[in-house]
Design a protein around this ligand. Structure first.
Ligand code: SF4
Ligand SMILES: [Mg+2]
Length: 301
């Protein structure tokens, strides 16, 4: 089963993305992950909003909905509530999810609906010719949204960040997100060579690995002194910060690295992940049934 449409389609310009766009990599990695899952094709559904990345459902051979601006989360919620056995993925851009769709996104996360949300972040409204968006990372810009921190505050149970140019990392994160029960939020930093070429800007990367020390660039590491992260020489330092995916306080600090000190590396990987407790599962089940009834009443009948 090949989900990804053929190379010929790219050459014939059936895929309407600019050459060199990071969305190609995201499409390809997602296709590969969905193939590897060996889930029945008819059980998977992709919902998107509006924007360059939201065109992705056209280029994948799966049931999908190219929905309306900022409302993909609500449509995905309706789908999963009417049939909880489906594997529902949302593809959205930074404009779609953190401008017009922000309230829908936060309430989906709060409800911990069992869907996967891929937020393709290129820092610009690319479809409308490249105005800077609220998620634009720049050392001169101090008022951009800290989206990881915002989603943590909304009660996210799975939060990760990955990069379009690292296919192995994207696949790993997508597979882990797929195994998570609840809302999985994944920020994918995407290069838009036309309006925001970030290829050379993102070089100070710290890959997070659960139960492993925070080290990067071979020699450097991070320690916490009175809750302030500091860069140190990794060798012979026993106080190095060990990453713990279940520690929400440290996840907040990690999500704020760029905002605390611009010299700190940008963390990639899973910031926070927590399993639903049995008690919550029952609560979730009840809430699920209740919402499912409302959905059926209002939209199906
Ligand atoms: S404008 Fe940017 S994001 Fe949109 S298709 Fe072109 S390169 Fe990709
Ligand atoms: Mg964008």
């Amino acid at each position: 089963m090949v989900l990804f449409k053929k190379k010929r389609d790219v050459l014939l310009k059936k895929i309407k993305w600019c050459l060199g766009c990071g969305n190609y990599s995201i499409l390809y990695q997602l296709s590969k992950v969905l193939e590897d899952l060996k889930e029945k094709k008819e059980r998977t559904i992709i919902v998107s909003g509006i924007g360059c990345s939201s065109r992705l459902p056209y280029f994948i051979k799966l049931n999908s909905i190219h929905s309306i601006h900022g409302r993909a989360f609500s449509i995905a919620t309706g789908i999963i509530l009417s049939n909880p056995k489906l594997n529902v993925w949302v593809i959205t851009g930074d404009g779609d999810s953190f401008s017009i769709g922000l309230n829908h996104l936060l309430h989906t996360i709060r409800r911990n609906i069992n869907i996967k949300i891929l937020i393709v972040n290129n820092g610009v409204y690319a479809l409308t010719k490249g105005q800077y968006s609220k998620t634009y990372y720049n050392s001169n810009n101090n008022n951009s949204f800290n989206i990881i921190s915002l989603m943590l505050s909304a009660g996210a149970t799975f939060i990760a960040r990955t990069l379009d140019s690292n296919p192995i990392h994207i696949r790993k994160i997508l597979k882990k997100a797929n195994n998570h029960k609840g809302t999985s939020c994944i920020e994918i930093i995407q290069n838009c060579p036309i309006f925001n070429n970030i290829k050379d800007k993102i070089n100070n990367i710290l890959y997070l690995k659960n139960k492993y020390p925070l080290v990067y660039s071979k020699k450097k590491g991070i320690i916490l002194i009175k809750n302030i992260p500091k860069i140190i020489n990794y060798k012979n330092n026993k106080n190095i910060w060990i990453h713990n995916e279940t520690d929400i306080y440290k996840s907040y600090i990690l999500s704020n690295f760029f905002y605390i000190n611009k010299n700190l590396p940008i963390p990639f990987g899973i910031f926070f992940r927590v399993k639903s407790k049995n008690k919550n599962k029952i609560k979730y089940k009840k809430q699920h049934q209740k919402l499912s009834c409302i959905f059926h009443k209002n939209f199906i009948i």
